[in-house]
Ligand binder design. Structure first.
Ligand SMILES: O=P(O)(O)O[C@H]1O[C@H](CO)[C@@H](O)[C@H]1O
Ligand SMILES: Nc1nc2[nH]cnc2c(=O)[nH]1
Length: 294
């Protein structure tokens, strides 16, 4: 990694200080909206919103379905900040830029990070429109050294060698399932393993079969770097994948996936995802910032 790719603690702090000078909100919860899921921000009350292009140090969103706006507001009595649009490695951002907001959130006082994404399913039991609670991930770029934590470690954020075995909080996963039952949508939900691939192309059939054999339930092109950086700096993490398509695994299957279809499923399920996230934020306890997944 070259030094020009490095971001100093001061750089994160400057962005956090700028945001704190522009809004009175002091968020406890941050939400990253996946493709087509930007409407999660619409539920926030007393909003202050900032275009990414106006925030010092922030990268820019380039993907359709990612508006490029940071929205602060209240949800069920909790102070939140919501990214309407995330950054992906395939856009050409360095992984440190991709995950820049996560460390800014930490400096703003955020304790819990919600990550959401659109993903293709490999598991036979996951259909388009289903919602997968992320139990664990496979960070394929990370396994070959494309990891935002590569390079000098910033000890102020976390340790050189952080554990990742408990990165998706078990209590929040259980609470989410309980809420799904109460909302009558438990039939749409199950836990599973998300894998991040680099993208931007969707999978070949051979790649889909490989991922399936490896035990991956859903695949996408994001999330893992954000979760790695969040866990490194001690944030509690909860993640949801909206299944937008089945990944084609058979040479006989003539279906093929496209980004418009991915966004469309997001629109169709937006209300349910919104309800789940709102209830979960309303009912979860704050100040219990321990990683206890199993
Ligand atoms: O992961 P999110 O941002 O939800 O988006 C997913 O959807 C896009 C492909 O349609 C890719 O960017 C993939 O990662
Ligand atoms: N890699 C990948 N990302 C996705 N995002 C939404 N659907 C998919 C998919 O099928 N594959």
């Amino acid at each position: 990694m070259h030094s020009k790719d490095q971001i100093s603690h001061d750089d994160y702090q400057k962005t956090a200080d700028w945001l704190m000078s522009q809004t009175k909100h002091r968020p406890q919860v941050a939400i990253i909206c996946g493709s087509g899921l930007g409407m999660l921000a619409d539920t926030l009350k007393c909003q202050d919103s900032f275009a990414y292009s106006d925030i010092p140090g922030f990268p820019q969103s380039t993907v359709q379905g990612h508006a490029g706006r940071l929205v602060f507001g209240e949800l069920k009595g909790k102070s939140c900040v919501c990214m309407q649009g995330r950054f992906h490695m395939y856009e050409g951002h360095s992984l440190l830029k991709t995950t820049f907001p996560v460390r800014v959130f930490k400096l703003l006082g955020v304790e819990t990070l919600f990550v959401t994404n659109a993903a293709g399913s490999l598991a036979d039991g996951l259909q388009p429109g289903d919602i997968m609670i992320i139990k664990d991930h496979v960070n394929f770029p990370g396994l070959v050294g494309l990891n935002p934590l590569c390079g000098p470690n910033d000890d102020k954020f976390g340790p050189r060698f952080p554990a990742m075995s408990g990165c998706y909080d078990k209590n929040l996963r259980c609470l989410a399932m309980e809420i799904a039952k109460q909302l009558g949508v438990a039939g749409l939900m199950q836990e599973g393993v998300y894998a991040m691939v680099g993208g931007p192309n969707f999978e070949t059939i051979a790649e889909a079969r490989l991922l399936h054999r490896l035990g991956v339930d859903a695949v996408g092109m994001s999330t893992a770097p954000e979760v790695v950086v969040a866990t490194h700096c001690g944030l509690r993490v909860f993640g949801l994948s909206l299944i937008t398509n089945k990944v084609v695994k058979s040479y006989e299957d003539l279906d093929s996936v496209n980004h418009e279809g991915v966004l469309e499923v997001g629109r169709l399920r937006s209300h349910t995802v919104q309800q789940l996230v709102t209830e979960l934020i309303g009912r979860m306890e704050i100040n219990n910032n321990t990683n206890n997944a199993a």
